[in-house]
Design a protein around this ligand. Structure first.
Ligand code: ATP
Length: 424
């Protein structure tokens, strides 16, 4: 008898005051395993459009795959999943609208495209429901059921590039309290496993530790499950770990970015890779955000390195009008609701020549001084006077080089690919 392949997608179970869909999925998977069900591969944590309006935090949706023998088993799995989503979700929060999708067929191109749109655009519940009906999927909406969008996208996403994340979870009595992680052990783990694991530290700040009341104690991100298991044994914690789980994910793949030719075609709430020329000198605005405009032949757009990007702003500050950049980032509402490109990283491709005007040189080799207003220049060494002399332009060396510059781990979007993943 052929196996029955069942995909399960889950999203929108948590609220800003608690829970996490990764935890709900992890609990469901261990219960399914306890009943002897066969989970195929790793569960998947798929990050969706960072500008989706109803996200709680990182806009993550979950899916996993089972190999089953009979339709009776399919029904048992569905019952267990739905019961646990019902009991574990933060249903009392008006913004929590769980959705669960069960799908028993191959992932088609249509589903891959839907996932792609959910990562790069905004999609509606109606549109999602019509696809679900077309493909004959079984789906459940709790309250308005917005979670079906993410649930279906998590099933459909084609991982052309991938990373893994190991999430360790706290016991409930510790939810909301300060996490007790031995920081020294995280530094040691990073020293031994970087760059196969990455984004563990950020200038002395422990980046594996979340700062929300959710069940996650820490999350280690890396290139493969083996290195994550090794890293887990190196991280010491002073509180119990209830469980841990490794997820296969599109985090840090740049999957949200679409290369685009014209700045004028860029739209709000979408993410791009775009080339252009710096129009004006970056300047600081209230809140410590750094702003400049980028132009091409089609138009221009405001670009921002926001305050949380910290030291990244030191590189942006060094840009000059005329510099040629390739910018990676998403267009948010922006400072004046006009759409601002939120820079995740950039490649400085060509440096503009910067010059300043100085007094001319004397024929004796000394730099001349002003001889007084409208009186030309006088040499301090040989006293020669140049009545009609003019200031001359000299090139000012730039203290930034061509190359890639990126935001630090603490300000990095989940989807944003760190340069180290490209070996840069
Ligand atoms: P966490 O990451 O902490 O689990 P979250 O940030 O993933 O939480 P959710 O609670 O899952 O946030 O809420 C996001 C909601 O937005 C879900 O209902 C999801 O289906 C929906 N959604 C995700 N991407 C899009 C999109 N591109 N367009 C429209 N809706 C979306």
């Amino acid at each position: 008898m052929n196996d029955i392949l069942l995909y399960v997608g889950i999203d929108d179970t948590d609220s800003s005051s608690g829970m996490c869909t990764t935890y709900v999925t992890c609990v469901i998977i261990s219960k399914l395993k306890d009943y002897g069900f066969n989970i195929s591969g790793y569960p998947r944590l798929i990050r969706l459009n960072p500008f989706a309006r109803f996200k709680t935090r990182g806009n993550g949706a979950l899916s996993f795959k089972l190999k089953l023998k009979t339709e009776k088993e399919v029904e048992e799995v569905k019952k267990l999943v739905l019961e646990n989503v019902q009991t574990l979700s933060e249903l009392q929060d008006e913004k929590t609208n769980p959705g669960v999708v069960f799908y028993q067929n191959d992932v088609t191109l249509e589903l891959e495209e839907f996932a792609d749109r959910t990562i790069r655009n905004i999609v509606s519940i109606t549109e999602t429901e019509s696809i679900l009906k077309n493909i004959g999927a079984d789906y459940y909406k709790f309250k308005n059921g917005r979670g079906i969008i993410g649930a279906l996208a998590a099933i459909g996403c084609n991982l052309t590039d991938q990373t893994f994340e190991l999430l360790a979870y706290r016991t409930p009595e510790n939810y909301g309290s300060k996490r007790r992680i031995d920081h020294e052990s995280v530094v040691e783990m990073d020293t031994k496993t970087y760059p196969s694991t990455f984004d563990n530290l950020d200038h002395g700040y422990i980046a594996i530790e979340p700062h929300t009341p959710c069940p996650v104690l820490y999350g280690i991100r890396g290139e493969n499950p083996d290195v994550l298991e090794q890293a887990r044994t190196m991280v010491r914690v002073m509180e119990p770990v209830e469980r841990h789980c490794i997820f296969q994910t599109n985090q840090h793949t740049d999957m949200h970015l679409k290369p685009i030719d014209n700045i004028s075609d860029m739209e709000k709430f979408k993410c791009y890779i775009v080339n252009g020329k710096v129009m004006d000198k970056p300047h600081v605005i209230d809140g410590g955000h750094l702003i400049f405009r980028l132009e091409d032949e089609s138009g221009n757009i405001e670009c921002a390195a926001y305050e949380p990007t910290k030291q990244f702003r030191n590189y942006v500050r060094k840009l000059e009008p005329g510099d040629i950049l390739e910018v990676y980032g998403g267009v948010g509402e922006g400072i004046n609701n006009q759409g601002t490109l939120n820079i995740e990283k950039f490649q400085l491709k060509e440096l503009a020549k910067t010059e300043k005007f100085v007094n001319p040189m004397c024929s004796c080799g000394k730099r001349m001084k002003s001889a007084g207003k409208n009186k030309g220049f006088k040499c301090p060494s040989c006293s020669k006077i140049e009545r009609n002399g003019e200031k001359v332009a000299v090139e000012v060396p730039r203290n930034i080089e061509k190359g890639f510059y990126e935001t630090p781990p603490s300000a990095r979007r989940h989807l944003s690919k760190p340069l180290v993943r490209d070996g840069l």
